[in-house]
Design a protein around this ligand. Structure first.
Ligand SMILES: NC(=O)c1ccc[n+]([C@@H]2O[C@H](COP(=O)([O-])OP(=O)(O)OC[C@H]3O[C@@H](n4cnc5c(N)ncnc54)[C@H](OP(=O)(O)O)[C@@H]3O)[C@@H](O)[C@H]2O)c1
Length: 171
């Protein structure tokens, strides 16, 4: 099967591309660093020629509320439209557990908008929702630390290792 991984150079994308190739698929790792841009549309049509599946594991370069919403709305619209033109049979996207339960977060609002566009499209889809990756833990600790003091909320989290996310996304 020809599978295009949009965001194939990222944390999850790199692992996913490796797993899918090990399963014997023809895999294109697509991202701006390889000339495929889901925001401008550059290189998309060429990358999708003959593809049966597109997996979207992109992430926004900015997590600022407006920028992240624009990123996921524009990239998802462009991807779905290019997939429709290329006759792609399935769209897979990685989202976040609890996306619909934290509207105060601009990032979660953007992921929910991404999910809504995918659900409204005629292309068959799978949305994989993962919890926070273990790799995020040091970033959370850093952002909560001031001097020698770390202030963390009492909220419970159940992180998942990125290898486990990649192995679910390739099934
Ligand atoms: N981090 C978490 O805890 C977590 C939890 C659950 C779900 N997720 C979801 O997992 C997904 C992937 O996250 P990640 O941490 O693996 O991301 P990441 O390491 O930051 O990688 C982002 C990828 O997006 C690509 N990209 C950026 N702008 C693009 C554009 N305009 N067109 C095409 N590709 C573009 C980057 O390409 P270049 O390298 O070429 O710039 C890179 O391959 C996200 O959608 C996120 O919401 C994350």
């Amino acid at each position: 099967m020809k599978i295009v991984v949009i965001g194939g150079s990222g944390l999850i994308g790199t692992k996913l591309v490796k797993n899918l190739r090990q399963h014997g698929h023809e895999v294109v790792a697509a991202s701006p660093s390889s000339g495929v841009n889901a925001i401008t549309g550059e290189g998309l049509a060429e990358a999708l020629i003959g593809a049966q599946v597109v997996v979207d594991v992109t992430n926004s370069p900015s997590f600022e509320d407006k920028a992240v919403l624009e990123f996921f709305e524009t990239s998802t619209r462009n991807l779905l439209s290019a997939e429709s033109a290329a006759g792609v049979g399935h769209h897979v996207a990685l989202s976040v557990v609890g996306t619909d339960r934290l509207p105060a977060s601009g990032y979660f609002r953007a992921k929910l908008a991404q999910e809504a566009l995918i659900k409204a499209s005629p292309i068959p889809y799978t949305i994989v929702r993962a919890t926070q990756f273990f790799e995020f833990v040091s970033g959370i600790a850093h952002s909560a630390t001031s001097g020698q003091t770390a202030r963390l909320p009492s909220a419970l989290v159940q992180p998942i290792h990125s290898n486990d996310v990649a192995s679910v996304s390739d099934r």
